[in-house]
Design a protein around this ligand. Structure first.
Ligand SMILES: Cc1ncc(COP(=O)(O)O)c(C=O)c1O
Length: 428
């Protein structure tokens, strides 16, 4: 499946952003403040807060005991695993592992892969990716890994035609993102997976930035491993990963002797944060609820409908967010901003509403400070992608300005940012 394909628009011509905003207490409490730094973490709906509270108030104990509170924790973890499995379209819940964050999962898998390098010792990394999915692999050099760079083109995108000649019988794995956390460009990961597999290699996908913007479907992507972070998809700080069961089973991971050599336990060393896992389950249910409402269905989602319901929601979110992208691009162009990455309206389906830009003659920090004074939260810097900044000929220390929207953002908020940028340019 091509991740760039927008979903059906049936039933959601007008996206209910206002009604959805009402479900996010932080948005209500923040008054006039605009959350435009969602790539660094999104807000959580009431359902997620309730699930976290319920866990802490009613069963904040270790799992694996024979008393009711502990049995409830086991049930929460199992339920969340099934929900996340549905969310990413896993073949079985055991393919989902919970942990601290995406980076630590990439480190866990890369260390395991590092122990399996023999004649196939080449790893393909990209200069579009977040450093978490680059440095972790580069650290395998002392285990004998060699690296091949899949470079983005001047349009800010990774093109699969460029990947093909990099692959050979020496390629062990391709590590790439689904979507750039800096430029917002979406990668055609299915085509990349097909190429990797044709060369006998595996593909590891970083879906952290794509997560809030479109449907994750590990079967359609035909990938081998995929990581994601809860805090970008309306859940608390935690990470999860998916891997093909048979591949996870073979990987040599660290585990204590008493942990069976089986997924998911073999990649979940130690205790993870159960209240956040409960929150992650609730975030999937929130998205499922959005899907059901948009589809005009009544009642709460049941475990069997989670896949369809969340998929529907993510398709609708993708369609709405494209409208936000078009408007934000227009405003930025009108301000004379240099947009890095896709700026052409005709290619809007190839990006998410995450924009990196600079205003001529104005330091990125001055832009974000002016926005902060006007109650708009945006970010400046290298976006944890220093190689990408170098490719854009930007100093890594100052980088660019990033505005990153999600489905609870609105056109009116974009216009308020536009006013800030216009005023800044007038003064410059
Ligand atoms: C694309 C991408 N990959 C990886 C990460 C790192 O995720 P985590 O903080 O969960 O380790 C981020 C964080 O912003 C990201 O945007």
């Amino acid at each position: 499946m091509n991740t760039r394909i927008a979903g059906s628009t049936a039933g959601h011509e007008t996206f209910p952003a206002a009604a959805l905003r009402a479900q996010f207490p932080a948005l209500q409490r923040a008054g006039s403040f605009i959350f435009f730094d969602n790539a660094a973490g999104a807000q959580v709906p009431q359902m997620v807060l309730d699930a976290i509270n319920q866990h802490l108030l009613e069963h904040n104990v270790q799992r694996g005991g024979r008393y009711p509170q502990s049995i409830a924790v086991d049930a929460t973890v199992a339920r969340s695993r099934a929900s996340v499995a549905a969310f990413v379209n896993a073949r079985r819940p055991e393919e989902i592992a919970f942990g601290m964050n995406a980076t630590s999962f990439i480190r866990t898998i890369s260390l395991a892969v590092g122990q399996t390098l023999e004649r196939r010792n080449e790893i393909v990394v990209t200069d579009l990716d977040h450093a978490a999915n680059v440095e972790t692999w580069l650290a395998l050099e002392r285990m004998g890994a060699k690296f091949v760079w899949w470079k983005m083109r001047p349009d800010g995108c990774l093109h699969t035609e460029d990947l093909a000649p990099l692959l050979s019988s020496r390629t062990r794995l391709v590590a790439c993102t689904l979507t750039s956390n800096a430029l917002g460009s979406i990668v055609d990961v299915r085509a990349a997976a097909d190429l990797a597999h044709a060369a006998g290699a595996e593909i590891f996908l970083d879906s952290v930035h794509f997560g809030p913007h479109g449907p994750i479907d590990v079967q359609a992507f035909d990938c081998d491993y995929l990581v994601c972070s809860g805090y970008k998809i309306f859940a608390p700080h935690m990470g999860f990963m998916w891997g093909r069961y048979d591949l996870l089973k073979q990987l040599p991971t660290f585990r204590e002797d008493f942990i069976p050599d089986e997924p998911p336990g073999k990649i979940e060393a130690g205790t993870f944060i159960y209240e956040n896992v409960a929150g992650m389950d609730a975030a999937v249910n929130y998205l499922a609820q959005v899907g059901r409402n948009l589809a005009g269905m009544s009642g709460t989602p049941d475990p069997k409908s989670l896949r369809e319901d969340t998929h529907y929601a993510m398709n609708a979110i993708q369609v709405y967010e494209q409208k936000l992208s078009l408007e934000l691009a227009r405003i930025l162009r009108d301000c004379g901003a240099q947009i890095y990455g896709i700026a052409d309206d005709a290619r809007v389906a190839e990006r998410v509403p995450t924009f990196c830009f600079n205003l001529p003659g104005i330091q990125p920090q001055a832009v974000t400070e002016a926005a902060a004074r006007a109650d708009v939260g945006i970010r400046d810097g290298h976006m944890y992608a220093p190689r990408l900044m170098k490719r854009l000929n930007l100093p890594v220390e100052t980088g660019a300005v990033r505005v990153s929207l999600v489905h609870y953002n609105t056109m009116a908020e974009i216009h308020r940012l536009g006013d800030v940028l216009v005023a800044l340019r007038r003064r410059a």
